[in-house]
Design a protein around this ligand. Structure first.
Ligand code: G16
Length: 542
């Protein structure tokens, strides 16, 4: 194995965002761009450094994945790591690796590299800032001439002191899942209710093979239960994001074919959407429902529920569950990385984000398949007592107990960066004018009770994250949040979040957009979004 170093020059745009470095594919294809970022990441490892450690690499199989994994292997070998294991993203639970790189990649569009640390969770800001600093001063990359690795063959290959192991990630993951959930109960429910129809959409991402193993082999369901389950480098021309816009073919089939339980997961399998006939489960409600029913899940029967958490823009539905159950609740900035410390400290068991992320402390990432299995476990358990209970009934019962938090997010993608920054500056100015001018002002039926730019102090390590989103809270408890996405790869993405709480049972079945209309109008008025961006409509509504 030829060991050597390559002389390089820094790129100045390698600053990781909410989770990892995300750019267009062609950016990563520039000479040395990917090499530099991997080397900068390894350079940022605290003493004793990356030498002698193991790196787990996973990906969702998108365009440029194979090339990137092979680059990572060469740099890992060049930096004298002992081992690289390659797998899809899910199985990270099965490893206790000091380092983990996962990728989020796109066909003609996005590619990205997420870097996870030794607890399995996304690197915290202290680490990503350090990677960025190293990327700005990098002069050489250490790389070895490792032959191109065939990623589709399970097994171990050794090159001198360096080993590459390709693992069957589905196998390990299914073992873990069967320890967490009551598969026997779910299977029994499906046998007793042969008319209960399921549909899972892999959106041609990485979860297809997982769904095949779980739904077809483990639960004995027909193959028609899964669609788009073959991973493809271009996702079959679709966008692998499980929401009402991009998972539209699932939504249509659920409605047309009266399917009881629909679900989808994203490219790398960490996001999920739950959709029953006539009942879209907003991610904020999904995590609240799972938390409310946690006692039927064997994993939580064993560990107990230590605490709950959500990201700041996520609705407060889960807060109400925490209150009723006497549990601690945490509000963190957007980004799964903020949950890890709380989990490691034994204070957090179940958490979620409005961005279709749901998970628990079984691993340190959100987990799409986990959320789907959690819902199936809850439905099976509920049907033991109340036969005929589906997604809609579970939601309505939840609202009866806790009230309903109407929630919606408007995304304005690929907005001119300067325009977006001006709009945020305008909002910051309003918020800073604080008590004297903005608080107490009335817009439509809403009066501002408080406003700030969210700041988070991590209760475990006391690190502070500032400017995490503008919050405007009204006297009736409704709120608007505005922030710029940290995952876009082109221009800026503005996210506008609206939330309204209702304790009025006659409203529980109302359409979300109708219920939120007055608040949405006020959000557009206060932000002056149309004026700043020239955009009349959002590109995605969730
Ligand atoms: C990533 C992060 C999530 C975050 C989401 C949206 O998801 O892992 O924690 O909520 O992006 O972030 P933003 O609003 O800044 O775009 P994923 O599934 O893409 O890794």
């Amino acid at each position: 194995m030829k060991f050597g170093w390559i002389s390089t020059k820094p790129f100045n745009d390698q600053k990781p965002g909410t989770s990892g470095l995300r750019k267009r594919v062609k950016v990563f294809q520039q000479e040395n761009y990917t090499l530099n970022f991997i080397q900068a990441t390894l350079n940022a490892m605290p003493a004793p450094g990356a030498k002698g450690s193991t790196l787990v690499v996973g990906g969702d199989g998108r365009y440029y994945s194979k090339e990137a994994v092979n680059i990572i292997i060469r740099v890992a070998a060049g930096n004298q790591l002992l081992q690289t294991s390659s797998a899809s993203v899910k199985p990270m639970a099965g490893f206790s690796s000091p380092l983990l790189i996962t990728q989020e990649v796109g066909p003609d569009h996005d590619f990205g590299i997420k870097f996870n640390v030794s607890n399995g969770g996304p690197a915290p800001e202290s680490v990503t800032n350090l990677i960025y600093e190293h990327s700005k001063k990098i002069e050489q990359v250490f790389a070895c001439e490792v032959p191109e690795i065939d990623l589709s063959t399970i097994g171990t290959q050794t090159f001198g002191d360096f080993t590459v192991e390709i693992v069957d990630s589905v196998h390990d993951y299914v073992i873990l899942l069967k320890e967490i959930f009551d598969f026997e109960l779910i299977r029994g429910f499906l046998v007793k209710n042969p008319d209960f129809k399921l549909l899972f959409d892999g959106l041609h991402g990485v979860t297809g093979p997982y769904a095949e193993r779980i739904f077809i082999e483990e639960l004995g369901l027909p193959r028609s239960t899964i669609q788009n389950y073959v991973p493809l480098p271009d996702f079959g021309g679709g966008h692998p994001d499980p929401n009402l816009t991009y998972a539209n073919s699932l939504v249509e089939r659920v409605e047309r074919e009266n399917i009881n339980f629909g679900a989808a997961s994203d490219g790398d399998g960490d996001r999920n959407m739950i959709y029953g006939k006539g009942a879209f489960v907003t991610p904020s409600d999904s995590v609240a429902v799972i938390a409310a029913h946690a006692e039927v899940i064997p994993y939580f029967q064993k560990t107990g529920v230590k605490g709950l958490a959500r990201s700041m823009p996520t609705s407060a539905a889960i807060d109400l569950v925490a209150k009723k159950k006497g549990l601690e609740i945490f509000e963190v900035p957007t980004g799964w990385k903020f949950f890890g410390n709380l989990m490691d400290a034994g204070r957090l068991s179940i958490c979620g984000e409005e961005s279709f992320g749901t998970g628990s402390d079984h691993i340190r990432e959100k987990d799409g398949i986990w959320a789907v299995a959690a819902w199936l476990n809850i439905i099976a358990a509920t049907n033991e007592k109340k036969p005929g209970t589906g997604i809609k009934e579970i939601l309505l019962e939840h609202y009866q107990t806790y009230g309903r938090n109407f929630f919606s997010r408007y995304d304005y993608e690929e907005v001119n960066g300067e325009d977006a920054n001006k709009m945020i500056a305008h909002l910051r100015h309003l918020v800073d004018s604080g008590k004297d001018r903005f608080v107490g002002k009335t817009f439509g039926q809403f009066t501002v009770s408080s406003a700030d730019d969210f700041e988070y102090r991590d209760p475990i390590d006391n690190s502070v994250s500032k400017n995490q989103g503008i919050r405007i809270i009204f006297t009736d408890g409704s709120r608007i949040v505005v922030r710029l996405s940290g995952t876009g790869s082109q221009g800026a993405t503005i996210r506008l979040y609206m939330e309204k709480y209702s304790r009025n049972a006659s409203e529980y079945e109302s359409d979300t957009q109708e219920a939120l209309k007055p608040l949405i109008d006020v959000a557009l008025e206060i932000s002056e979004l149309r004026k700043f961006t020239g955009r009349e409509k959002p590109t995605v509504i969730t």
